[in-house]
Design a binder for this molecule. Sequence first.
Ligand code: 5GP
Ligand code: MG
Length: 490
Amino acid sequence: MTEKCGVVGISLDGRAAARPLYYALYALQHRGQESAGIVTHDGFQQHSHVEMGLVGDAFGLDDLETLNGSAGIGHVRYPTAGSVDTSCAQPFSVSFKSGSLGLSHNGNLVNADEIRDELAGKGHAFTSDGDTEVIAHDLARNLLEEDLIRAVKRTMQRIHGSYALTITHDDTVLGVRDPQGNRPLCIGKLEDGYVLASESAAIDTLDGELVRDVRPGELVVLHDDGQGFDSYQLIETESTAHCFFEHVYFARPDSVIDGSLVYEVRRELGRKLWEESGVETDVVMPVPDSGRAFASGYAEAAGETTADGEPRDEDDEGVEFAEGLMKNRYVGRTFIMPTQDERERAVRLKLNPIRSTVEGKTVTLIDDSIVRGTTSTQLVQLLKDSGAEEVHMRIGAPPIVAPCYMGIDMATREELIAADKSVEEIRDEIAADSLAYLSTDAVADALESDRADLCLGCVTGEYPYDIDGEETDREVSRPEIDQSPVHADD
Ligand code: 5GP
Ligand code: MG
């Protein structure tokens, strides 16, 4: 049940939270297009509206008007290839003895099945096979015996995997980030309240100020009056496991994640790509839009040094940057197409070359990543059909050799072109004149991070979590889920 998603939580001083939540979800739409939802609480009662589709389609004016209360959370969910499951749309909401809970989750638990089995054995009835409902039930159970802070801590000690959560407990809004900080979550200040969001771009949309990232293992509790928040460092860890792919592909370039502006990270990755594997061609062009920031950094670095690393002579014009491919902005992400045949057609629908920048030229094409290889294969062919003499492919991330279990869900191992092929075999398959990827060290450098503080599972095959059948890159183990009752004394 791997999902990539966007989450938000807002607590205001009196004003209804529904509209700001709705705008924030718009700002996070790129993180999920399958379903959208909002849960609010007005101090007496919880309100919920969750629907399939884009944010703009899921909510009407009347829906927003029924979502009363100055506290609430929202969610956008990404489609998982093949399965469209309404029971997994979020926020998840539930009412129980000690109040109501709403829960928005970005990420993926590794041990959800163990906890579900245990709770089901204690009489909890589950309506979905999703891991979010497992978190909600676990928290609800702990809340019967403990205060809010201890209950959250207890749940965090039991769940293993990636999670950025926004939660409503009645009209209190909480944010939680997993102890490795795998998925992003940040805090923003509004004129009359506070916001928690997957990405800072959502805070910008609300005219707010980014305060800081939620820390790995931290619980943030927004005050009901919108005047502040409390922080509880519930779990301490020595190292983090930030997802580098957020910076490479998933997040908006205008968001700041874990202290780095995504756009600048992508440009820096592009610069390093030139330094590691630059090739002198007539033009450099991005695959729109995912390759754009990379290509701009690459072309900038190419203007300063030659491919051999020597400073350029004054009369050496270097490499020309060109927008060689026109994007039809009305076609969604190719990834959404469920079959390979549809995915191939979608690339042609989406991109068309601008002949003058391609014909008779040697071209370097830059993208952020190769997943299945569909996009690159199609684009190399397209550029050659349009008269390109050579097409060199440069990729701003390392080869994706293994699946993501932590919430990105890009493809299964069988679908990943790099899972069992060398770079030369991939070059041959996509029919490029040359192909180079970026090193993992360059990724860590660009993120100004230690390799040991990043999740590089999809490019190394070694994960920072204890996943069945996979290797780990550090000492981690899942908590033992036993059948004994929960105690209130720790
Ligand atoms: P491929 O065609 O090789 O399967 O996918 C590569 C293209 O998909 C690249 O242009 C990249 O920007 C984009 N991409 C990479 N990862 C993801 C992802 O997780 N979801 C979606 N929708 N696209 C992705
Ligand atoms: Mg792309």
